[in-house]
Write a new protein. Structure first.
Length: 351
């Protein structure tokens, strides 16, 4: 229905344009015999044909945009929708003012076409610009989000990402008082957690629910004030870039267990708290030559190697222990290797 309506409007416009052009053709050829009626009919027919094709294309584009509207609205905050509508109205008004000279000075067919194009472009431009600056416009009007609740010497702010919420150790850090102050949970992080919690895979669904439960549990900590931040940073398509921009704008600490994100944020001068790295650094260190008892759980990737795990999850690779899977043995620590995913110990059988 929408496609046919748009096609009809465009066809009527191009038919009128073809009629006007065909009517003026006889005046272009001095001394030549041109049938005025035939030129008018031919111009109108060509205009109708072009309009029918272009109208169908425009109609399909408009229909596609309307079908995507709910998806776009779901990914857009209420502030952006409101300011975008206000910006579109402003752009339409400015476009109407700009279109007046075109209608007055140009031939009717061309003038109205230019006027309509100017109104549409300025309307779309106004909606885009106003939506992108939604928070600033609300703040200027005195109804925007409160300014950052911290400054030099005041309460610190921590921005948690999806991986930190799912990891859950941020909750224990808050209970221990190591994370105290304002904890910011961006709305796009909540959306990501919700998407994981709604996954069809049971294990993935469990991780998402755990992240949501951690955020909810942090609300009950006395030294922590959890705030949901609506700003979405539409200029950045990736969630990681949004998090870095938010921390950079407000001098906040990024809490994440994502090694690559932590490294990228650190290179940009952003303070990073990685609960996983913190836990690694707090583990008791085993020195070379120390002897412990270890259960060999499986064979290693290299011939003859056996693999076991300490109580804290540290992997231990033991030489010549491939045939001892399922047995507890005495081992002697040879050396330790620090990797991006944690600590790795190498050992040999005692004696």
């Amino acid at each position: 229905m929408i496609i046919e309506a748009v096609r009809l409007i465009v066809t009527l416009g191009t038919t009128a344009a073809g009629f006007a052009i065909g009517k003026s053709i006889p005046g272009w050829f001095d001394g030549a015999t041109v049938d005025p009626d035939m030129s008018i009919v031919l111009g109108a027919m060509i205009g109708a044909g072009v309009g029918y094709v272009l109208g169908g294309l425009f109609g399909r584009l408009i229909r596609r945009g309307i079908d995507r509207a709910p998806e776009i609205a779901a990914a857009t905050s209420g502030r952006q929708l409101f300011t975008g509508a206000f910006g579109m109205l402003t752009g339409l008004i400015v476009g109407a003012v700009v279109a007046v000279p075109a209608v007055v000075l140009l031939p009717p067919v061309i003038g109205w076409s230019v006027a309509g194009l100017a109104v549409m472009i300025l309307g779309a431009l106004g909606a885009t610009v106003f939506a992108a600056r939604a928070d600033d416009l609300f703040a200027a009007a005195g109804v925007g989000p409160a300014p950052p609740p911290f400054a030099s010497g005041e309460r610190p702010a921590f921005v948690i990402d999806t991986s930190a919420a799912i990891d859950g150790r941020i909750l224990e850090l808050g209970r221990a008082g190591l994370v105290a102050g304002d904890v910011w949970v961006p709305e796009f992080v909540l959306d990501e957690l919700q998407g994981i919690a709604d996954s069809g895979k049971k294990s993935t669904r469990r991780r998402g629910r755990r992240g949501l439960d951690v955020v909810e549990a942090m609300r009950g900590l006395p030294a922590v004030a959890v705030r949901i931040i609506e700003r979405t940073y539409p200029e950045y398509p990736e969630v990681d870039a949004k998090l870095v921009a938010m921390c950079d704008d407000h001098d906040a600490t990024l809490v994440t267990t994502d090694h690559n994100l932590a490294k990228a944020a650190g290179l940009r001068g952003i303070a990073v708290l990685n609960p996983h790295a913190l836990g690694e650094s707090m583990r008791p260190a085993l020195v070379s030559g120390e002897e412990i008892t270890l259960l060999i759980e499986r064979e290693g990737s290299e011939p003859g190697q056996g693999v076991g795990f300490l109580d804290d999850g540290t992997m231990v690779v033991v030489e010549d222990a491939a045939g001892l899977v399922g047995r507890k043995v005495e081992i002697e620590v040879a050396n330790a290797l620090r990797t991006s995913i944690g600590r790795l110990l190498f050992a040999k059988l005692s004696g």
